[in-house]
Design a protein around this ligand. Structure first.
Ligand SMILES: [Zn+2]
Length: 262
């Protein structure tokens, strides 16, 4: 087996283990629960999970998606996010190799996965995750600038300003949307999330992120409007999907313009 394939498999497995942890963080943090204690248990019957019930994906399949003790169904979101994290870590390795870009990529992906989990479950994007995540990315941008001999203004300061710009743009969208729809159109979490996206993708691509996310979310919000279930649609996961696709494909404004001019 070549070293690349072996590394790829390792990265995928490590990604699934991280994904399993992100499930816990995304589930517990908005509930003000400690991430470390108590150890993982069934939310229905409090059955404490043994080590063989904690193996990403395999445990879910092995337990046939049910709690071993009370037989209550375990949400498919658990194995789903474990696999997604594994795959996105693997893709990061295939795109960047193992270097500082890879670490920026898995940090960015990890934050987006945690906030998507908590946005889907509770309509909350926890501030703690955004703050810690943005700080980690800034540290990685500093390291990247030092390694690649980029000056700190273009390597770190400009990305921070891009983040602030992206934040400001979605804030304006919200003010506009609140007037048009006569109700809360966007959550504060979505707006704060734009700082992280602008920081990592740049200002122009953060705008593209908003457009792609709206494009994916639109059919679903129409369905929800017709069904009149008055549910707010979590926008965080759509912003996350759009941002990850842009980041991993290295999509930039030139490519988009060329596509439309051709
Ligand atoms: Zn149970």
């Amino acid at each position: 087996m070549s070293i690349e394939i072996a590394t790829g498999i390792m990265v995928f497995i490590v990604g699934m283990i991280f994904g399993s942890f992100y499930n816990v963080v995304g589930y517990r943090l908005p509930n003000e629960m400690s991430i470390a204690f108590p150890s993982s248990h069934c939310p229905n019957c409090n059955h404490k999970l043994k080590f063989y019930e904690l193996i990403p994906v395999f445990s879910y399949v092995f337990l046939l998606g049910k709690c071993k003790s009370c037989k209550k169904r375990i949400s498919f979101l658990y194995p789903f996010f474990e696999i997604i994290t594994g795959l996105l870590f693997l893709l990061s390795y295939m795109v960047f190799g193992i270097n500082i870009k890879f670490f920026i990529s898995i940090t960015f992906i990890s934050i987006l996965i945690i906030i998507s989990i908590s946005d889907i479950r509770y309509y909350i994007i926890p501030d703690e995750v955004l703050i810690v995540g943005s700080l980690l990315i800034i540290i990685e941008l500093i390291i990247n600038s030092l390694i690649s001999d980029i000056n700190l203004i273009s390597g770190v300061l400009i990305p921070i300003l891009n983040g602030l710009g992206a934040f400001a743009i979605l804030y304006l969208f919200k003010v506009f949307g609140d007037v048009v729809f006569q109700k809360e159109s966007l959550g504060g979490g979505d707006i704060k999330l734009m700082f992280l996206i602008g920081l990592t993708l740049g200002f122009d691509m953060s705008i593209v992120t908003i457009f792609i996310a709206s494009f994916i979310a639109l059919p679903l919000s129409v369905v929800s409007l017709i069904k009149n279930d008055n549910n707010i649609l979590p926008f965080g996961p759509y912003l996350s999907i759009a941002a990850v696709v842009i980041f991993l494909t290295n999509l930039n404004l030139n490519m988009i313009l060329q596509f439309f001019i051709k």
